[in-house]
Design a protein around this ligand. Sequence first.
Ligand SMILES: NC(=O)C1=CN([C@@H]2O[C@H](COP(=O)(O)OP(=O)(O)OC[C@H]3O[C@@H](n4cnc5c(N)ncnc54)[C@H](OP(=O)(O)O)[C@@H]3O)[C@@H](O)[C@H]2O)[C@@H](O)CC1
Ligand SMILES: Nc1ncnc2c1ncn2[C@@H]1O[C@H](COP(=O)(O)OP(=O)(O)O)[C@@H](O)[C@H]1O
Ligand SMILES: [K+]
Length: 603
Amino acid sequence: MDVVTAEEMRAFDRDTIERLGIPAIALMENAGRAIAEEVIALCRRRASSAGGGAWGAGAVDGGVRRNEAGVPGSDVGRDGAGVVGGNARRVGAGTAGGVVRCSETGATGGVADASSGRGAPGFGADATGFTVSGDAALTLAGAGGEHWLVLAGKGNNGGDGLAAARHLREAGIAVTLVYAAAPESLAGEAALQRDAAAAMGIPAVVYGKDALDLAACSGIVDALLGTGSAGAPRGAYAELIAAANASGRAIVSADIPSGLDADTGETHEPCMHASVTVCLAFLKRGLLQYPGAEAAGRVVVRSIGMPAALAREGGVKVSLLTPEVLTARLKVDLARRRSPEGHKGTYGHVLLAAGSLRMSGAGLLSARAALRAGCGLVTWALPEKLLPYVIGSVPELMLAPVAGGDGEWKAGTAAEVLRLSASRDCIAIGPGLGRFEGDTEWLRRLWEETDGPMVIDADALNILADADYRSWSRRHPVILTPHPGEMARLAGISTAEVQRDRIGLALSYAVEHGVILVLKGAHTVIATPEGQAYINITGHPGMGTGGAGDVLTGIISGLLAQGLDADQAAAFGVYLHGLAGERAARKRDHPAALMAGDIIEAL
Ligand SMILES: NC(=O)C1=CN([C@@H]2O[C@H](COP(=O)(O)OP(=O)(O)OC[C@H]3O[C@@H](n4cnc5c(N)ncnc54)[C@H](OP(=O)(O)O)[C@@H]3O)[C@@H](O)[C@H]2O)[C@@H](O)CC1
Ligand SMILES: Nc1ncnc2c1ncn2[C@@H]1O[C@H](COP(=O)(O)OP(=O)(O)O)[C@@H](O)[C@H]1O
Ligand SMILES: [K+]
């Protein structure tokens, strides 16, 4: 699934309208319908969980709770059905974080029971083969208990909301329009929608002019601001957003939550806190980046008639890391087939340069994770003093002590590590390494002279941050795996600046430095030197625990050793690490109990 900026979105809008000749009003109609269908689906879920969709039920957002930390449900959408993220890919799962899916809501095709929204064999079908298909996704049993407010801005986002209002009214839901600006100020397609809604007799109020109680409804459609918004919401927009958030009602945002920066995921003050965001046509970057991902609640991506190929033709370089992207674009064999005649030599050999006296566990975690990722052999190069302490703790592991009688690394070990690396398929450097005199030169030699792909993590990243490594030469791919603090040091900015637009930063850093960058944290970004980025949505907040990153380094190196190329190993490694974290969290009484070693055992 492609992930776009607001500017890219505008270009695709223009292309669809001007080149393909699809009228703008048709796109808006489709958008309105998609939003209405998601509102109706929410009402239906709420009714089935609360035993009725009465007024005020919106206070408890049945079935669509926002960002509820909990234990994720079943494994990620490996079914290839386009269900790609968060809660939606694990239906009914109360997992944390934003949620993404492609959706065709409700029953589709065939014979449908229009009153219940469920397929009902027999309805409308008779012996002659005559079939009546109900518009199930736009119908709602017991709609009389629902009253929704549609908050409409004066741009096209408002137009989408007004189109949705007509469908909601048709479903029997009471609707009141709330205009943020004078209705006369609407233009173009939005003005057409305004007039159509008025002609249908849908009641409307103007904010600041008419009396309004936002809590006196069962739900709110937020169609105030979309991809055309600039800066913090002003005036009536800001007041409506604050009042909607305070109302406690379920909020369904059109395209993006109003007040969100559609690109960076920054939330302005105020920003709508949606239960569901119905993202139109293409997933926006800001819906994947925190804090925007949290403000968006559950994200549903709906097509509105723009060809998906526009993104590819338009050079969109950011994708959600789904099983489909892993297989179709990155050509990863998700089944990880093993040859019947394969042996340990078939699956490659990792060399790990890691660990010091106080952080020997980091090396152990990486080494074990590499083995669990399926490589044939792992050799761990470590300061010799560590040997008696770690010997036997992982019997499958080979240990290669190098100079370091005090348990710390020495610059003089570079030649020895290089010698060891000659017969290994990849090298991972950094977990628990510590800093030492001459470490820049030590790392430069390994960087320039090792003859295979390299993973750089932890203190090895800090060494890089202090060096001008762009002048170092390198023949093979390098994967850097910084967490936001390490990334801040690498980029020479603050951690807050790193988090402000993780996708943008990861892309520019990877391209400028010619490295594969894995920017860790919730929704890890994998960016390549060619300017492609993948956003991972597997994982769990329980993974915020010491050593979880060392495990990732091991997994990526284990995959590299098995012959995956560096892009594949980085992306698939991050994906598998997240899945294992989810599985490990599920096994605990509470996800907070998760420890890094549990992630390895869940691989
Ligand atoms: N064919 C299409 O075009 C399609 C469009 N689509 C839909 O359109 C949305 C984009 O619509 P858009 O470009 O009209 O902008 P939109 O988000 O409604 O906001 C602009 C309005 O807000 C105002 N405003 C701006 N900033 C503000 C602030 N901080 N505080 C207060 N006001 C502010 C600004 O007023 P101004 O500053 O100009 O006076 C202007 O009036 C997109 O997200 C999707 O929903 C889809 O259906 C696909 C097809
Ligand atoms: N909230 C979260 N959601 C998903 N993954 C997370 C979350 N918090 C941490 N992680 C993952 O856990 C790992 C933590 O790595 P890192 O901070 O390097 O830990 P350490 O240095 O202790 O090994 C990263 O892969 C990160 O993406
Ligand atoms: K909106």
